[in-house]
Design a protein around this ligand. Structure first.
Ligand code: THU
Length: 164
């Protein structure tokens, strides 16, 4: 028997204003998208903005449904649309802002497990890291250099086709 230790690293910025300008602009768009969230049930709103290597920024917000599981997280709304519209384009960065009602969330909110798995699919596909930047409504901003850093042991399609 042997033990394996997996560790991870983040950068923490004290506030939005401390982000480099490109990431500041991406997060600003995620915050704007968050304001368009349709979240009448949870009252938890999330905005996401994806930066592509063709310079396009695609935004999304969470979309809830009276049949609860039919709703979709902001990150997947944005990334699925980005990849549907620009299938050949690489994803460089994803910014996320999430908050409970009254904009009172001041801690960085990481993407849920299903979103991490959805996003890492594209990281595997494009073979380059996707930078993930996340925050609440205000306060500290966290930055991860890749999704693999947020999702160790991510499930990738090599398992589907291998004999191991
Ligand atoms: N939500 C997101 O949009 N992204 C996440 O990563 C976690 C949760 C949404 C789903 C639902 O509309 C609300 O937040 C509460 O879970």
């Amino acid at each position: 028997m042997k033990k394996i230790k997996i560790s991870t690293n983040f950068d923490i910025y004290q506030s939005l204003n401390d982000l480099p300008s490109e990431e500041f602009e991406l997060m600003r768009q995620a915050i704007e998208a968050r304001k368009e969230a349709y979240a009448p049930y949870s009252k938890f709103s999330v905005g996401a903005a994806v930066l592509l290597d063709n310079g396009e920024i695609i935004t999304g917000s969470n979309q809830e449904n009276a049949a609860y599981p039919s709703g979709l997280c902001a990150e997947r709304v944005a990334i699925f649309y980005a990849c549907a519209k620009f299938p050949e384009t690489q994803i460089l960065k994803l910014a996320i802002s999430a908050t409970a009602s009254n904009d009172r969330t001041v801690v960085p909110i990481p993407p849920c497990g299903a979103c991490r798995q959805s996003i890492i699919e594209y990281e595997f596909k494009q073979k380059t890291p996707i930078e993930i930047i996340f925050m609440g409504a205000s306060g500290n901003v966290a930055k991860s250099a890749s999704m693999a850093n947020l999702l160790p042991l991510g499930f990738d399609n090599s398992y589907l086709f291998s004999d191991i």
